[in-house]
Structure formats: C-alpha cells, structure tokens
Design a protein around this ligand. Structure first.
Ligand SMILES: Cc1ncc(COP(=O)(O)O)c(C=O)c1O
Length: 384
C-alpha cells in the first residue's frame, strides 16, 4: 500500500506514546502520579457546565454549527480582548476553533505554499514543526536559549530562509520553559515580521497562567497594523481541555484563509460547547486570579523541593510547567524512566519538545500541591 511519504518523517504524537507507557505501568497495579501532560486537574466552574447543559435544551442545538463559530462567542472573545488588553477587534478578525491545536495546524496551509519555510522555536510544543512537515512545508528551527530567557531571537536566521518563509510560530507564556515575554520583545519581533512580510503567530494558550500580580500581554496590543495572528484556548485557564474549544484573532485575511481550510476539512464546534465557552469568558476576573493563585502555590512548593534535591530549573512564573535540567550522567529518557519505575512519577522527557530538550525534563503542576510535594520529596538528592 502506498501512503503519504511525508508521514515517514513524523512519528506518533509523543503524548500518545507517554499515555501508552502510563497505561502499561498502571496494568501492573503500580500507582502513578502523572505530572506529564498539561491537562489541568481543577474543576470546571459551575457556570460553564450549566451553560453547556442549558445549551442542550436550545432549539437546533443539534444542527451543524457555523463553520467560523457562533456570533455570540466571537463577541465574547472580542469583549475579553477589550476588557483584558484594551484591544478592539472586529467580527471578521475572530474565528472559533475546535481547540487551538486545530487552528495551529490549519494556519500552515492557510498561509504557506508547499515547500515554504516555517520558522519554529525549539524547544517547543511539537505541533508547530510536525504539522509544518505534514502540510509539506519545511520547519526552520530557531533555538531558544536559557541565557536569552528563552526568547525567540531572529538575528541568526539566514536571509535565504527569511525569503522562503511566510509564517513564524512563537508561544508566550512558553511551553515547555515557562518563559514569558515583555513588551520590548513583542515590539522587536513584530518589526521583524513587518519588515520581512511574514505572518507572525503567537500561541497564547497560557496567557492567563502567570503570577497572580502579573499583567497578561497579548501580541495584538503591539500589532498596530493588525498583520499578526494570536491563538487562544479555553483549555488551560478554564480547565476545559476535553471540551475542545479555542479561537484565533488577528489579521482578517489570514483568519479568512484559516476558515477556507477549516470549512473544507471540518465543521464548527458543537453549539452547547460554544455556549459553555461564552460562560467561561464572561466569568469575573476573580476566577482567573483564583486559578493563578493555585498555580503560584504549586510552583512555589515545587521549586523549593527541587532546590532541596539539587535539581536545576528555569525560575519563572509563567505557565504551569517547570523546565528542569536532567541530572548529570543521565539522558532525559533514562531519568524520566527512573522517575517512573522507581518513584511512580510521570514527567515529560525534554526531547518531546525537540532535540534541544535532550537534557531537560518538564514537570506539569497539574496535581494538588501536597501531591506534588510528596512526589518530588521522594526523589533522591542529585549529586548524592
Ligand atoms: C503551547 C500549546 N499550544 C496549544 C495547545 C493546544 O491546546 P488546545 O488544542 O487544547 O486548545 C497546547 C496544549 O497543550 C499547548 O501546550
């Protein structure tokens, strides 16, 4: 049987593999504390579930939803951007997605031709480079460096790559490093994208998962010509990963191109889920602060135990991840396997995020602080 040659460059999704390993260990009767995938453990707010259930009682709830999302949800996204970032958006600058992952994939054929370069950071959420390859593009990897605070540095990208590039992915607050970007960075990278006529796309999945007293930043605040695109999701802030609901905002031409791909390949999200998303975006800001406080506490405890255990990590208040250095004499896979087999702790090997993660591992703070504390305390002190 002949199948797509490009698939030979792509392996099964890493988190699917991690899930399989976890299930194998669970079958042996062993208990596991799963600090791997970024799937929040917090409860969904009752207003969100109520809106979902009420949505099921509405007329025509079961029909095909609009491809680009229901207008009320688009308006809720617009209101959110206005309230939180003081950014004004028009309806044609918003599209509703079946989770942001869908849009992150679909923006590639929306913007790029076969063979074009896509600038992707590394380490990074693997979807940027894998989907670039799947869609027949060539990812050009820019290393994120610790001594540059893991901020995307475009200075060393060769001119020939820039000429062949139509799309740049970036992701702040950053998965897996937890790095956050400031306004100077946003201005600098936007200038690069304007100067080179490349669509700049910020994946802001963790926009609200930052220190409780910090201000969230959007690329849209600095994109004065509205040339860029930003992805958002309800998954992380509102614990709605399984609902599959996200959005993209920004340049109307690009949003329309995403819609062209999307409407030809799939449909809109189930209307009651979209109603639930409206309820989430309409929650008081107190809710976001409550979530941030929980992650602040978990981060603080995890950091203090990691220091005790001599495990080096990137000190940040962004996302619910901690990016940790693998102890000396271990590869990331060896260390993660030892954590699983000897301590029953599942973390994500750094190489899931690209080769540059080979001597790192990622801890997701998606369990109660006491569970995180107990798990990390069970580790032996590194260097001992
Ligand atoms: C950086 C980043 N972007 C996007 C996503 C996808 O989120 P969703 O498809 O649930 O909206 C994730 C999920 O882990 C992520 O870590």
């Amino acid at each position: 049987m002949k199948i797509n040659n490009r698939l030979s460059n792509v392996s099964e999704y890493h988190f699917k593999k991690i899930d399989d390993i976890k299930n194998e260990v669970l079958l042996t009767g062993k208990k596991i504390i799963d600090l791997s995938i970024g799937d929040p453990d917090l409860e969904v707010h009752s207003k969100i579930t109520e809106a979902l259930i009420d949505g099921l009682k509405e007329d025509k709830y079961n029909n095909y939803p609009p491809y680009d999302g229901i207008v009320d949800l688009k308006k809720a996204v617009i209101k959110y951007y206005h309230q939180v970032y003081s950014v004004s958006l028009n309806l044609d600058e918003v599209i509703i997605l079946i989770g942001s992952k869908e849009g992150i994939s679909n923006i590639i054929p929306a913007v790029c031709d076969i063979g074009d370069c896509v600038i992707v950071p590394e380490p990074a959420y693997p979807v940027y480079s894998i989907c670039s390859k799947l869609w027949g593009c060539v990812p050009y990897t820019v290393p994120l460096k610790r001594n540059e605070e893991y901020l995307l540095n475009t200075d060393t990208i060769p001119v020939e790559v820039i000429k062949k590039c139509k799309l740049i992915f970036m992701n702040y607050p950053n998965n897996p490093t937890g790095a956050t970007a400031n306004s100077e960075f946003y201005k600098r990278i936007i200038k690069f994208s304007y100067d080179n006529n490349i669509v700049l796309c910020n994946d802001s999945a963790y926009n609200e998962i930052i220190g409780v007293d910090k201000d969230t930043i959007s690329l849209m605040q600095y994109d004065t010509k509205r040339q860029c695109v930003e992805f958002g999701t309800l998954s992380k802030t509102y614990n709605m990963t399984g609902y599959r609901i996200g959005y993209a905002v920004g340049n109307a031409k690009v949003i329309n191109a995403i819609l062209k791909i999307k409407s030809n390949c799939d449909s809109g999200q189930f209307i009651p889920v979209q109603k639930a998303a409206i309820a989430a975006l309409n929650l008081e800001r107190d809710y976001v602060h409550y979530v941030r406080k929980i992650y602040d506490e978990r981060r603080k405890i995890a950091k203090s135990v990691l220091i005790e255990k001599n495990i080096n990590f990137f000190d940040t208040e962004g996302t619910f991840y901690l990016w940790c250095k693998t102890p000396r004499n271990y590869t990331t896979n060896e260390f993660c396997e030892e954590l699983l087999v000897n301590h029953g702790i599942l973390v994500t090997p750094g190489n899931v995020f690209g080769k540059l993660g080979y001597d790192y591992f990622r801890i997701a703070l998606t369990k109660d602080k006491l569970i995180i504390e107990e798990a990390l305390k069970s580790l032996k002190k590194c260097g001992d």
